[in-house]
Structure formats: structure tokens, C-alpha cells
Design a protein around this ligand. Structure first.
Ligand SMILES: C[S@@+](CC[C@H](N)C(=O)[O-])C[C@H]1O[C@@H](n2cnc3c(N)ncnc32)[C@H](O)[C@@H]1O
Length: 255
């Protein structure tokens, strides 16, 4: 399952509270986990994200928090042009296609990243990366300003109910207490048992209000699930989804 925790901290060599440094270390582990044939990113998330993106022929794409850029490379293979992937980890594919450029940078500073000045994109992606924005409204406003005519933002976030279920189990509390809690909490990333991720709970209404405040409307929202075939082949993933629900995907357009 991809994760969009608020911040990653407490790595053995990183400075506590420095999410960028933690992702530099976590990035290869994350990509290894994502590449597994039973990863929920492969089985559920990427197919659903790809479908909501639709035909990308001739479209320019900015993938914010792109990881190694593998998804973007696939979009370029499907016809996307003049595309850019940005990520703080710098753990990019070594031989990207010609019309794909990678930039190491911070998604909270999109409006000042050298190389993005004056550029417009048909599609802007935040795939499990939006949780790292220091100021979520400002971050989305910056992305909105970079959209070409008829452009949209594709944004995914982990179902906040997942975190509430995990925390309620761990603390012996109730779902509601954890869902509405504002205290940050930490847990092992799952991709590397030396690296702890820290996050703050968020509610669905908080998320929707961020979209509104950034001047965006939700054209489509989906909560993708495993196919019948995948449920049979990977019952442990079916059990996980039944408990933790998965992710939310939004297609957002300027109002
Ligand atoms: C859960 S991974 C998702 C990667 C990819 N978008 C995907 O769908 O597989 C989160 C990504 O956000 C990146 N990230 C975290 N903080 C960031 C920041 N401040 N600026 C840019 N990228 C960041 C991480 O390096 C990581 O690649």
C-alpha cells in the first residue's frame, strides 16, 4: 500500500523531523515494495489512477512526488509529451525517455523550483505525495496556476479511516476518537523497519475544504478496490483492504 504520511522522521542517519532526508533513504525500499506482484499499488492504485487519467497522447504531465518516475515513464510511453517528474529523494530512473525530465525538488516550493518557471501542464499528479505539503492550500494553488487550459489535477490520499483503525487498535481507543484526533503519531514505514513515519490525522471534510480553498472542484472521486480475480489470488490483500479500505482518488479542476 502506498502511503502519504505527513512526514517521515527518525531515520538512523537523518535528522529527526527532516522528511526529505528520510525519503532519500526510504526511496529504494519503497520502489522494491511497489514492484512486488502483490503490491496494492500494482493491483489497485496505479490501474485506477491510469484509468482516471485517460488518453494522455500529446498531453504534458507534471508528476509531483514522482518517486523513481516509473509511472511517468509509462505515461510517456503512452504518448505524453514534455513531461516533468519532481521528487525530493532524487532516486530517479537512470535512462528516462527523451521527452521526460526529472528535477530534484520540494513539492512545497513548486512556484520557485528552477526549471518549472513559466511552464504549464495538461495533467498534474500528486500520487500519494500530497500529505508531505507543508501548506496544502498554497501547494495546490501553485499547481492550479501551472495548469494549461482544460487541465486537471489527479490527487490521491490514503483513506484517513485506515489510520484511525490502526491507532484505535494500537491505543485501545475508539474509531471516532482517533479519526478526530489532532495529535501527531508515528509508526514504522513498513518498507524499512529502521525508518519511522510521522503523521497527523486528517478528516475527509478537512481534505475537501483544502480543495475548495485552493479554488478547485471535484470532477470525480473514486475509492478503488481489488478485482474479483485479484481477491482470489491475493487473499491477504483482500483482508487488508477489507480492514483499511485503501485510497481516495480525486480529479480536480479549477473553478
Ligand atoms: C508514497 S511515495 C509515492 C511515489 C509515487 N508518486 C507513486 O505513486 O508511487 C511518496 C513520494 O513523495 C516524495 N516526497 C516526500 N516529500 C517530498 C517533498 N517535500 N517534495 C517532493 N517529494 C516528496 C517521496 O520522496 C516519495 O517518492
Amino acid at each position: 500500500m502506498s502511503d502519504d504520511s505527513q512526514a517521515a522522521t527518525s531515520s538512523p542517519t537523518g535528522t529527526p523531523g527532516d522528511p526529505s532526508q528520510a525519503w532519500v533513504e526510504l526511496a529504494p525500499d519503497y520502489e522494491r515494495a511497489r514492484a512486488r506482484e502483490d503490491s496494492l499499488d500494482r493491483l489497485v492504485e496505479w490501474p485506477a489512477q491510469r484509468e482516471l487519467l485517460g488518453d494522455v497522447t500529446g498531453r504534458s504531465v507534471l508528476d509531483v512526488g514522482c518517486g523513481n518516475g516509473g509511472k511517468l515513464a509509462e505515461l510517456v510511453g503512452d504518448g505524453a509529451t514534455a513531461s516533468v517528474g519532481i521528487d525530493v529523494s532524487g532516486n530517479f530512473l537512470s535512462a528516462p525517455p527523451a521527452s521526460l525530465e526529472f528535477i530534484r525538488g520540494d513539492l512545497s516550493e513548486l512556484d520557485t523550483v528552477p526549471g518549472l518557471a513559466g511552464r504549464r501542464f495538461d495533467r498534474i499528479l500528486y500520487l500519494q505525495s500530497f500529505g508531505y505539503a507543508k501548506d496544502p492550500v498554497r501547494t495546490l494553488q501553485a499547481a492550479r496556476a501551472m495548469l494549461a487550459d482544460d487541465g486537471f489535477i489527479l490527487l490521491t490520499r490514503t483513506q484517513p479511516i485506515r489510520y484511525a483503525v490502526e491507532q484505535a487498535e494500537q491505543n485501545g481507543t475508539s474509531l471516532g476518537e482517533e479519526y478526530f484526533s489532532t495529535a501527531p503519531f508515528s509508526y514504522l514505514s513498513g518498507w524499512n523497519d529502521q525508518i519511522t513515519l510521522t503523521k497527523r490525522a486528517y478528516t475527509i471534510s478537512e481534505l475537501l475544504n483544502v480543495f475548495s480553498a485552493a479554488g478547485l472542484w471535484i470532477e470525480t472521486a473514486i475509492e478503488p478496490q481489488l478485482s474479483e480475480d485479484a481477491r482470489r489470488r491475493y487473499p491477504h490483500k483482500h483482508a487488508w483492504m477489507n480492514k483499511y479500505l485503501g485510497i481516495l482518488i480525486f480529479r480536480l479542476r479549477p473553478r
